[in-house]
Design a protein around this ligand. Structure first.
Ligand SMILES: Nc1nc2c(c(=O)[nH]1)N[C@H]1C(S)=C(S)[C@@H](COP(=O)(O)OP(=O)(O)OC[C@H]3O[C@@H](n4cnc5c(=O)[nH]c(N)nc54)[C@H](O)[C@@H]3O)O[C@H]1N2
Ligand SMILES: Nc1nc2c(c(=O)[nH]1)N[C@H]1C(S)=C(S)[C@@H](COP(=O)(O)OP(=O)(O)OC[C@H]3O[C@@H](n4cnc5c(=O)[nH]c(N)nc54)[C@H](O)[C@@H]3O)O[C@H]1N2
Ligand code: SF4
Ligand SMILES: [Mo]
Length: 830
């Protein structure tokens, strides 16, 4: 049972305040069945005012920021008119949509919607298409699948990382179809937490490391944490709210990345109020004053990006020098702090964490606060003060967002941050956290369309471009392949549903372009989207998807410690043009293989939604009945808060961690083993202890040609590239490069100037935001802007997409997307 599954939740079923207009016929969209409606109360929190002829259809925001906040569509004459969000129940517990979600009408009704199936007519990537019939599209896809499987085997099929549609029946029909046809190569990890998810299990363990009998199966092998690791072993924000006197956040900005009512921004607002209200402090360590620290300048501690592990080392030095580490805790609960608890294989060899910090370790450098100050740009006195504040705190709550780990040294950084609570023994106690992100449990109340992929081979998700280029050379030890010793084939067929990671969201667009345009490599690319994205331009067949609000839809989840829920509703209006649901299309493709019955099991799309809901209700009997949820649209459940590793703290023998030793592994013998056995390049190391390493294009790598560091961040006006084409959102939070006045002045750059930004990988144009809210020497670019370049000409990206500047170079352990946040650049007026 995972941590998530263990978490209890209590019923918050706001039947009273929630209602839908007419119960919408679940199947075909019929205006008459949709638009009868019942009158409603107009008091806030007690439903909505509904005009005559108006109908309400529930839905949710399905993009990837985790909230799946609630939509309440008001439609008239078959067209959505406006949106209200969740207004049911208690004001404190409403899954309200943010500004992006509330602009969904502009997306649904956008003139840019894809309306027909299309086939490529120009060169791949050129973006030239011609309308075709659904029959032709389905036959072509079926023929290409047959050909690929017969010629290269199922391991030549890859479903690309794609997160734009979180729904029970969005991407899953494709996975179900491909599974019935013999399968496809799986992906391990994700673009969000790649380095963290690979590294953290070596320190704190992961239930994914246990076989079905609970035996540890990964000693000396790569950890197989296939999913993101965020909710495992961490404490809820409400623990900080209730009991902490010092909250230290590394690269974590809930005001930007956890917006909306079903996300953690509100939880954090209450933390700030409670902690500062009792005289405590919030410290936000970030290279820029993010929106969470904005308005609270005393909370911002600027740091050079990619150097958090050096800050931690400087603090550790201070504590060791002052006798402030909790040696009793370290001896009982951890492995590898000093020689007393080193494993036999490494004892007496100066390989412990303490050796590393005090200058007797492998590099013989003492990690003094002075050493750390040079690297981090944080003044020595400030480092000492933070060390002293943390040591004096009764209940320090240390957490990290995923910005720090999305660097080329992310595997070390993410574990290093956890060393702060570990060294103090401030783990598993009220008000403390393990150093990971705050717990934000995705507790799924309903499942997705089922499928069972017969193929076991799995690649670290970021490796897909290499697998297209030279998959047959990739092995467990040179490329991190999991579930098999090697890849059987290069990827020849790419299935890309609701993702922009073919180019826009994947590092080094210019490099990926060159690989994808070579049709002798990947022979067929299928893309399904709703608008013409940069990735869509690489499609051989491009399919127009019906959006969730245009069909019966259902999704659970939420990224808040209070919220899990299910929204069921729709359609709010008919899909435009010839858009179809992915389920129906996949059923038709299955038919070409004589597998339609196996695919559908006799159910329509809407039958499946109802079936999945009822399955969920069997597991959670407190959920409303199907008829009730169709009426009320949303069901919410409150989650119980957790303290990360409390069981282990209370009883380390009774509740050992899923690491080889059962303890927190500061020194990991398994990682040392990988460093010895994996094929690594000269500049790559897998470090058994969480050390500071600069990483590729990290600290110390700037040159005369590229004298500035550059990093990205997730931006308010988009969810990645989703919503990125909606001008009203762009006006709210513009695509601008953040640059400190100290770097702008010598370059003659003023606010609003158009800039040319060059990295070793490419060049973009972007507007300047000259601001003291960013540390000097580093510039910052919001990720997710739409790439816009003449790829057969100068390749200069007028759209300002950060992935024109990033380099494709998988990290040593995770083989992950560390370069997403590690860049060196030059900036000049364009
Ligand atoms: N508005 C919005 N919300 C989103 C998303 C979105 O695109 N837009 N995306 C969603 C998804 S899928 C994800 S994975 C999450 C991402 O959530 P995160 O990964 O946590 O978000 P980031 O903005 O990448 O990074 C968080 C912060 O880390 C800072 N940072 C970057 N590098 C460093 C560093 O080296 N050290 C320190 N101390 N700080 C650093 C950044 O400035 C930023 O403020 O957000 C989700 N929420
Ligand atoms: N340099 C850099 N790169 C990054 C990051 C970074 O921080 N820095 N962040 C990374 C992270 S954490 C992530 S999660 C990825 C996200 O990258 P992606 O998974 O590509 O996410 P989006 O850019 O939101 O693209 C989702 C796509 O889904 C489409 N879509 C939305 N709704 C529907 C629908 O109903 N049907 C269909 N068929 N399509 C739909 C949208 O139009 C959009 O094209 O980006 C990663 N890339
Ligand atoms: S917070 Fe995220 S899920 Fe919620 S409405 Fe905004 S973009 Fe959608
Ligand atoms: Mo992500």
């Amino acid at each position: 049972m995972s941590e998530n599954e263990k978490r209890g939740f209590t019923r918050r079923n706001f039947v009273k305040g929630s209602f839908a207009g007419a119960a919408v016929a679940a199947s075909a969209l019929g205006a008459s069945s949709m638009f009868g409606c019942s009158p409603a109360g107009d008091k806030k929190g007690e439903g909505s005012a509904v005009e005559a002829n108006e109908a309400i259809a529930w839905s949710q925001c399905n993009v990837n920021c985790g909230g799946n906040c609630v939509f309440q569509w008001h439609s008239k004459d078959g067209k959505v008119q406006y949106m209200e969000t969740d207004n049911t129940g208690d004001d404190d517990f409403q899954a309200r949509a943010c500004l992006r979600g509330r602009s969904m009408r502009r997306w649904l009704n956008s003139p840019d919607r894809l309306l027909y199936p299309m086939k490529r007519v120009g060169k791949r990537g050129e973006g030239k298409f011609e309308q075709i019939s659904w029959d032709e599209a389905i036959s072509t896809i079926a023929d290409k699948l047959k050909y690929t499987i017969e010629t290269y085997g199922n391991e030549a099929i890859y479903v690309n990382y794609a997160t734009g549609m979180h729904s029970t029946t969005g991407k899953q029909p494709g996975l179900r179809l491909l599974s019935l046809l013999g399968g496809y190569v799986n992906q391990g990890y994700d673009y969000s937490t790649h380095m963290l998810s690979a590294a953290m299990p070596y320190m704190y363990g992961s239930s994914a490391n246990l076989d079905k009998d609970g035996n540890h199966v990964t000693l000396g092998k790569p950890a197989t944490a296939f999913s993101c690791y965020d909710a495992v072993n961490a404490s809820s924000f409400s623990e900080a709210e209730a009991n902490s006197d010092l909250v230290v956040m590394f690269g974590n900005s809930p005001a930007e990345t956890r917006m909306g009512g079903a996300n953690a921004v509100w939880d954090f607002a209450r933390v700030r109020e409670a902690v500062t209200g009792r005289g405590g402090k919030i410290v936000n360590i970030d290279y820029r004053m993010n929106e969470t620290a904005s308005g609270h300048p005393d909370e911002w501690l600027p740091i050079r990006p990619g150097t958090d592990a050096a800050l931690v080392a400087g603090i550790a030095h201070e504590w060791i020098a002052n006798g402030q580490v909790n040696k009793e805790f370290l001896d009982k609960y951890t492995v590898g702090y000093d020689d007393d608890t080193m494993p036999e294989s490494a004892k007496g060899q100066n390989k412990s964490y303490k050796d590393y910090i005090m200058g007797t370790g492998y590099d013989m450098v003492e990690k003094t606060p002075e050493w750390a100050a040079t690297i981090t740009q944080i003044p020595v006195d400030t480092i000492r003060q933070l060390a002293s504040d943390l040591a004096a705190a009764k209940a320090p709550f240390v957490c990290q967002g995923w910005g720090p780990q999305r660097h080329t040294n992310g595997e070390d950084t993410t574990r290093a941050i956890c060393m702060l609570p570990i060294l103090l023994g401030q783990i598993g106690l009220p008000g403390t956290n393990t150093g990971q992100r705050e717990a934000e449990p995705p507790v799924y109340l309903v499942g997705s369309l089922p499928s069972k992929n017969p193929v076991k081979t799995t690649i670290p998700v970021y490796q897909w471009v290499n697998a297209v280029d030279h998959g047959h050379e990739m092995t467990a030890t040179n490329a991190g392949i999991m579930g098999a010793e090697k890849l059987q084939s290069d990827f020849k067929f790419i299935w890309n549903y609701a993702g922009n990671c073919l180019t826009n969201q994947h590092d080094d667009i210019n490099h990926t372009h060159d690989i994808l345009v070579d049709e002798s490599k990947c022979e067929f690319i299928l893309v399904w989207d709703t608008v013409m994205t940069d990735s869509a331009k690489y499609a051989d067949i491009l399919l127009p998807d019906a959006m969730r609000s245009e069909q019966l839809n259902m999704q659970t989840q939420g990224y808040s410690e209070w919220y899990t829920g299910v929204t069921v509703g729709g359609p709010a209006q008919e899909a435009p043009g010839e858009c179809r649901s992915s389920y129906d299309v996949c059923a038709d493709i299955a038919d070409k293989f004589g597998k339609k019955d196996e695919f559908t099991e006799g159910r329509t799309h809407d039958d499946w939604v109802k079936y999945l809901y009822e399955q969920g209700r069997e597991a959670h009997p407190e959920m409303p009945t199907w008829d009730e949820i169709r009426e009320q649209g949303v069901y919410k459940a409150k989650l119980e808060p957790v303290i990360g590793l409390k069981d282990f703290r209370d009883d380390p023998e009774g509740h050992p961690l899923a690491t080889p030793s059962g303890k927190i592994e500061i020194y990991s013998e398994a990682l040392a083993g990988l460093n010895d056995t994996w094929e690594l390049a000269e500049d790559e190391h897998i470090n058994p202890i969480p050390v500071f390493t600069p990483g590729f294009q990290g600290y110390g790598s700037t040159t005369d040609e590229y004298p500035l560091y550059c990093t990205g961040f997730h931006h308010k006006s988009r969810t990645h590239s989703s919503y990125g084409f909606i001008p009203e959102l762009e006006q709210v939070a513009r695509q601008q490069l953040w640059i400190n006045p100290a770097d702008a002045a010598p370059r003659g750059i003023a606010n609003g100037d158009m800039l040319a930004v060059k990295s070793p990988a490419g060049e973009i144009r972007i507007e300047a935001k000259v601001t003291p809210r960013i540390i000097p020497g580093t510039v910052g670019i919001p990720q997710g802007a739409w790439h816009k370049a003449d790829m057969s000409g100068d390749r200069i990206d007028e759209g300002g997409c950060v992935n024109t500047l990033t380099t494709y170079k998988p990290t040593p352990l995770a083989k992950g997307n560390g370069p997403a946040h590690s860049m060196i650049v030059q900036v000049a007026k364009a």
